[in-house]
Write a protein of this length. Structure first.
Lengths: 174, 200
């Protein structure tokens, strides 16, 4: 009699654990995204001392003007591939106006960080969309955009779009 | 007594030689606006700092490549930010210049190291060269200096070997004289930068 009860409890726990960790926007993803942001600040890739690169015209769903940096980043002892995209928009945005005053037009920072074993189906990328202050942007349902965005059915968001990238590594621009 | 006089004479000659050498070096630096021993040594320090900041060398960050033009490469990458060299933190602009057969934005994006021809650097050193320029305003460079770093200098070992070769500063001088300040000065901007409103 005790064994079925234990099994039921284990199943319930497993079910609640899987509910607590959605493919993106869960507590672990949010915490990891926060640590990633701090590492990005330390590496001068975001924040007030961030290095700037050549701005160029972009398109939906990113910004009208973009800057992209390809590098690697050490986080928690692991040096992994990183792509940082600064997405610019707003009234008066242009390549020239962004070059003159990037902070004024910065709308979001989208990040791809490769974590070994994290999501083998999708190149092991951790996806995050930050607002300029480092907080996470949200989708219309209020879910914070960090993690496997959006490994859902039907497919949508970063993963669905980037699956179409040539080369099989989900990277369009490299 | 004889020995003391000899020793004194030897020491005087040695002192004269040392001061002549030092004077020669100072004169050399004064007469050479670029390519002098101090400039070359400073370029070495700058390169090390750029490497530490992962702005050049193995593992350097890559940015979006775009079409360039003479005297830079057919394809370029550009970053700007702050850099600390010898304890001084100042704005830096690093441009990767790509060229060679088959160079294109697409090919550079795929394999940047294959096409990297040179890295050109502007680093602002307060008070270093007020003539270029001495404008006013918050976004103005009071000094800018280009240092051409040929591809062969890309790795520290080669860099160190090459800076000891007497012929090299001449190459640098010629390139700097032909390209850098006259060209940049023609930007007609007080900050002598071409990219409008370059944030540093």
């Amino acid at each position: 009699m005790k064994i079925p009860a234990l099994l039921t409890m284990a199943l319930l726990l497993a079910a609640s654990a899987s509910q607590a960790q959605p493919p993106f926007g869960g507590p672990d993803d949010i915490a990891y995204a926060s640590r990633l942001w701090q590492a990005l600040i330390q590496a001068n890739l975001v924040g007030s001392n961030a290095i700037q690169s050549k701005a160029y015209p972009g398109q939906h769903p990113h910004g009208a003007v973009l800057q992209t940096i390809y590098t690697s980043l050490n986080l928690e002892g692991q040096d992994n591939r990183l792509i940082v995209k600064r997405n610019y928009g707003g009234d008066g945005v242009s390549v020239q106006s962004v070059a003159e005053n990037p902070d004024r037009f910065l709308a979001a920072v989208t990040v791809m960080y490769q974590r070994p074993g994290y999501d083998p189906d999708n190149g092991n990328w951790f996806w995050a969309k930050y607002l300029p202050d480092g907080s996470l942007d949200k989708n219309p349902k209020g879910m914070q955009l960090a993690g496997r965005v959006a490994k859902v059915n039907p497919p949508a968001g970063c993963i669905a779009c980037h699956n179409a990238a040539p080369g099989g590594d989900m990277v369009f621009t490299k | 007594m004889q020995t003391n006089r000899k020793t004194f004479l030897s020491m005087s000659i040695a002192a004269l030689l040392v001061s002549a050498c030092a004077g020669d070096k100072m004169m050399q630096d004064e007469m050479m606006p670029f390519g002098g021993p101090d400039s070359v040594a400073y370029a070495g320090d700058l390169w090390q700092a750029l490497q530490s900041a992962r702005l050049v060398g193995p593992g350097a960050i890559e940015t979006k490549a775009y079409p360039g033009q003479h005297p830079h490469g057919a394809v370029l990458q550009n970053v700007d930010g702050m850099l600390t060299v010898n304890g001084v933190t100042s704005p830096v602009i690093v441009k990767n210049n790509y060229g060679g057969e088959g160079v294109s934005v697409e090919n550079v994006t795929r394999n940047p190291s294959q096409y990297l021809a040179a890295v050109t650097v502007m680093y602002k050193r307060p008070g270093y060269d007020p003539d270029n320029n001495d404008g006013s305003g918050p976004n103005i460079y009071r000094m800018a200096r280009w240092i051409k770093i040929p591809r062969a200098w890309r790795w520290p070992g080669e860099w160190l070997k090459l800076i000891h070769r007497a012929a090299l500063p001449a190459i640098v001088q010629r390139r700097v004289a032909i390209w850098c300040l006259p060209t940049i000065a023609s930007s007609k901007r007080p900050d002598i930068l071409y990219r409008p409103g370059q944030r540093v």
